[in-house]
Structure formats: C-alpha cells, structure tokens
Design a protein around this ligand. Structure first.
Ligand SMILES: NC(=O)c1ccc[n+]([C@@H]2O[C@H](COP(=O)([O-])OP(=O)(O)OC[C@H]3O[C@@H](n4cnc5c(N)ncnc54)[C@H](OP(=O)(O)O)[C@@H]3O)[C@@H](O)[C@H]2O)c1
Length: 321
C-alpha cells in the first residue's frame, strides 16, 4: 500500500481525511500539542507521531523516516484572530513550515497537497476563480497567500487547494463551528450570526475526498492508468452553495430540529474582532468540479452529520409506473 503522510491529523480536517484515507492508503499522521495519550487512543487505526513542524531538522528527519509517497499538509495555525495578534508564530507554521515541506516533497518528486484558504481574498469581488488577484486583509490571509506563492516557486507540481469554511463531525481534539452552533441551539443560548457574511461552505468529508483525489492524481501509477497529468497549481474546493452565516444557522436549525434555537441576525459592522472579516469570499470551484470534485449539497451533508433522515420528495407518476 502507498504511504500517505497527513500533517495535522489531530486537527479537524486532518482527522476527516485520515478516516477516509485509511481504506486506501497506509496513513501516517502528525500531531503537535494534543496530549500523546489522546493521540494514541483516538487514532488507533493509523500511525501517528508528534512533531513541531516549525523545526526544519525534525521535519527532515520525519520525511526520511516515513518515506511517504504523498503528503497532504493541513497543519497550521487556523484561527485568524489568534494569527492577527501572534504574527511571528503564524509565519513560522503557516509560511515557513509549508514552504519547507513543499521543498522536501519537491526533492523527492512526490505529490504535495497544501490546504490554503478562501481568506486570501478581500471579499469584494466574489465569486472568486483561481486566477483572480489575491487581496488578503488579515495576517492569516496574508500568510496563506505568501505560502501559496513560495510553495509554487519551490515546487511547481504542488497542488495549492483553497478551502472554504468547513463543517463536520468533531475530531477527537478539534471541533468545527457546527458544534458551536449546535451546542448553543440545544441550550437555547443566543446565537448571533452574520447576515452579511457569505461563504461557500463544504462538509469536511467532501473536502477530504477532493484532497485525496488530488493526491492520488499525482501518483505515477495513476497517471499511467488514466493517461492524464497530475492535478497541480491553484484549485478551489468550495461547496456547492453560496450562503450567509445566518442562513446557514437557519438551515442547521431546520435540519437538526432544534426548537430552542435563538438565532440573532447581526451585521459584520456590529462586532469588532482582531482580524478583519471579508464579506463574501465565495469560491467558483468549476475547475475542481471538472476534475471530479463532487461535494455534497448542504442539506444532505448536514443531515448526514446530524444523523437525520431527510424526507424523500414525493414520487412522480413516471417513477410510480
Ligand atoms: N476549518 C476551516 O473551516 C478551514 C477553512 C479554510 C482553510 N482551512 C485550512 O485547512 C487546514 C486544516 O484546518 P483545520 O480547521 O483542520 O485546523 P485545526 O483543526 O486547527 O488543526 C490544526 C492542526 O495543525 C497542527 N499544528 C499546529 N501547529 C503545529 C506545529 N507547529 N507543528 C505541527 N503541527 C501543528 C495541530 O496539531 P495539535 O492540535 O496537536 O496542536 C492540528 O493538528 C489548515 O491549513 C487551514 O488553514 C480550514
């Protein structure tokens, strides 16, 4: 079996990728600050190792030991507000580590899939295509944009995947914003949600399938079998629908059937946070769709995650006969 290295497997997306990948790959995942005990009990089906990816020597030794056939890099500092006030720390993991890992993959000529973000855009010209000019307005967005550029300079065959807002099942140590919403709805707590902030969210399992498709495409045997070039360069893995945070909350309330939910529509201007928030970073993901990326519709994804069976549409006369 081919060996896949997933950095940040203790994180929300990394864990979702590992759950799918282990059926097809020999998976090795890295964690950092999660307690060893949690990592060992939570990720029993895959090999894990602790590493600080900001330490280049550790990274090089890990690559020499694991000898992966492909790498999906999800480890990052992902909270834009934290990055805004801890710019040096953000730079070391979000730019330097990403660029160094791309370089090591380039030396070995193995697939390298990087998870960037829709926050490389300022949110005034959506929907965004891959070749639209990048205009980040936060430290996190700036660092991801710089990482994208340096990665592709180091290794032109790298795939730089811009991820949208993601939701899904909680990993043993990280949650998505969906759990925050659900917890508040269950408790009947006030839930302020922006009605003027638009995204193209996707469930983490669909995103993971897309990232695995890209990693697989660049393996030499896949290219021989399918006679098509590896997927590389910039790629948008957005969800199928553009929706505001507020509308998303209403959808969660409807599908999850939370009678106590108290959703408050608010505007971006009503709340001050450390990092500036772009109003609309919806992604045009048609390039990825043409290559086989097929994310679930939001309703179906939410129903799956919340364990709800959606009512079937009434059968038509044709189906009856
Ligand atoms: N979640 C989203 O909605 C979203 C949207 C757009 C883009 N993205 C991108 O998708 C990727 C994954 O995001 P996520 O939400 O899954 O992140 P996450 O849950 O915050 O997980 C981050 C991971 O990075 C690891 N990590 C942090 N610092 C490290 C270091 N110095 N050395 C080694 N590992 C380190 C963490 O390990 P420990 O937990 O063990 O410390 C954790 O496994 C990131 O590149 C992010 O920018 C996410």
């Amino acid at each position: 079996m081919r060996r896949l290295l997933i950095t940040g497997v203790s994180g929300f997306l990394g864990w979702n990728i590992a759950r799918l990948a282990r059926h097809e790959w020999d998976v090795m995942g890295t964690y950092f600050s999660v307690k060893r005990q949690i990592a060992q009990t939570a990720f029993t089906a895959i090999d894990t190792g602790r590493i600080d990816l900001t330490d280049f020597r550790e990274m090089r030794e890990m690559m020499a030991m694991v000898k992966p056939h492909a790498v999906i890099h999800t480890a990052a500092l992902t909270d834009p507000n934290y990055c805004e006030t801890h710019a040096d720390e953000s730079f070391r993991i979000n730019v330097e580590a990403a660029r160094n890992l791309a370089g090591l993959c380039g030396d070995r000529e193995i697939p390298f899939v990087f998870t960037s973000t829709d926050l490389v855009f300022d949110g005034t010209q959506a929907p965004y295509r891959e070749d639209d000019p990048i205009t980040p307005i936060s430290v996190y967005g700036e660092h991801k944009a710089q990482a994208e550029m340096e990665i592709l300079e180091r290794y032109a065959l790298a795939a730089v995947c811009r991820m949208p807002l993601m939701f899904g099942r909680r990993s043993p140590s990280h949650v998505s914003f969906l759990q925050w919403m659900v917890d508040k709805m269950e408790r009947g707590d006030r839930l302020p949600l922006f009605k003027d902030e638009y995204r193209t969210p996707v469930d983490a399992e669909s995103a993971a399938r897309g990232l695995l498709m890209i990693a697989r495409s660049a393996l030499p045997e896949t290219q021989e079998e399918e006679e098509r070039p590896p997927i590389s360069g910039r790629l948008h893995l957005g969800g199928p629908e553009r929706i505001s945070r507020y509308e998303f909350g209403l959808l969660v309330q409807e599908i999850g059937q939370f009678p106590n939910a108290r959703i408050d529509p608010v505007n971006l201007g009503d709340i001050t946070l450390a990092a500036a928030r772009p109003p609309d970073v919806s992604l045009d993901s048609s390039r990825a769709r043409k290559l086989g990326y097929d994310p679930l519709p939001l309703r179906a994804a939410l129903a799956q995650i919340l364990n709800i069976t959606l009512p079937q549409p009434p059968a038509t006369d044709e189906e009856d006969s």
